[in-house]
Design a protein around this ligand. Structure first.
Ligand code: AMP
Ligand code: MN
Ligand code: MN
Length: 335
């Protein structure tokens, strides 16, 4: 466990509030392939802003509201890019998003949407965050963006309602695997305890994020495990669209598997390669003392955290092989 060394920048929190209050409508697009932290922190923030009279709309950037996150209170009000009309927004607030290219189709369809003409509030905990906002509240020591949002809302003195507390606890649990990762600090635990005191219930979060799954997930895991490969110190597997189709599985259903693989003795890192139109979306993990996967991912244009990172590898089998061999070589030294 690392030490709880961070403090919220109260000046930046006040500046963020001033900017948000000046907006008619704040759009909150999530990072692509959104997880519990990315979506729940945005929902919590929008609820708190509503208390202050500010309209903020969370929006999943690549059109897919993940089925597994259906338990989040307020999920029914989340917009999906491509499905719903874009509201007339005059401010962007990004939470849990390390750079603007992470905004999926919302970015890819028109990069000018995030070129700075519309002011951006940037709240994040990725070491690879490139400080793209007019106001930046970036805390790499925080285990989740939800933890930072909990502090910001306290500074703003908004009511910590049951729904906000439930969302923030879900975000924390999502990124810390239920307070189990190395990034979890005593501060993370204290914030979680405060959220439970405010009415958050961990049980449905644990079930939804870590236990309950459709049968199609069992099919996916079976196929992924059957094809596991070892390259240097890397344990990895690949999932194709064909596998998802045969299992009747939706994207996101295999997310937990890389956390299972990373605990394999003799491996310094784990990866799942999801085949897509351009190549592969890669999910990377390591254990404490393992490879810094954020820096490996950054070498290939991706990013993330030292123990959980991701990257898009464009190209053919050669590009895939070079990537796997590079990570495998680095991971060998960490076994
Ligand atoms: P995942 O394996 O998709 O759960 O991602 C692990 C972590 O890496 C998350 O914090 C992501 O936000 C981050 N991440 C994943 N893919 C990328 C990417 N292409 N660029 C930057 N960060 C990423
Ligand atoms: Mn995230
Ligand atoms: Mn996060």
């Amino acid at each position: 466990m690392t030490s709880p060394s961070w403090r919220l920048d109260h000046t930046a929190a006040a500046e963020a509030l001033k900017l948000l209050r000046s907006a008619r409508c704040v759009l909150m697009p999530t990072h692509q392939n959104v997880d519990a932290d990315g979506l729940a922190s945005a929902i919590a923030m929008s609820n708190a802003l509503a208390q202050l009279g500010v309209t903020a709309r969370p929006m999943v950037s690549d059109g897919e509201v993940p089925h597994q996150l259906g338990f989040l209170p307020g999920i029914e009000d989340v917009l999906a890019y491509g499905r719903d009309d874009l509201p007339a927004y005059d401010l962007l607030c990004l939470v849990d998003c390390s750079d603007r290219r992470r905004l999926g189709d919302f970015y890819a369809d028109d990069p000018d949407r995030v070129n700075g003409d519309v002011p951006i509030v940037n709240i994040d905990h990725h070491v690879t965050n490139d400080m793209f906002g007019q106001v930046n509240i970036v805390v790499p020591e925080a285990a989740s963006a939800s933890e930072i949002v909990a502090d910001i809302l306290q500074a703003w003195k908004t009511d910590l309602t049951h729904d906000i507390a439930q969302c923030l606890l879900a975000g924390i649990y999502g990124d810390t695997l239920g307070l189990r990762t190395d990034s979890t600090t005593s501060r993370t635990m204290r914030t979680s305890a405060d959220l439970v005191d405010a009415g958050a219930d961990p049980a449905p979060i644990v079930d939804a994020l870590f236990r309950v799954k459709p049968r199609s997930s069992v099919c996916l895991w079976e196929r992924a495990l059957r094809n596991v490969q070892y390259t240097g110190g890397l344990i990895w597997t690949e999932l194709t669209q064909d596998t998802f189709d045969r299992c009747g599985a939706s994207p996101g259903e295999a997310e937990g598997m890389v956390n299972f693989l990373v605990g394999t003795e003799g491996s310094g890192a784990a990866a799942i390669l999801y085949a897509n139109d351009k190549g592969w979306r890669v999910s990377l993990r390591s254990l404490p003392d393992g490879v810094d996967v954020a820096s490996v991912a950054a070498e290939f244009g991706g990013g993330g955290h030292p123990r959980a990172a991701g990257v898009q590898i464009d190209g053919d089998e050669d590009a895939k092989r070079s990537f796997v061999e590079r990570v495998g070589q680095l991971a060998r030294d960490h076994r």
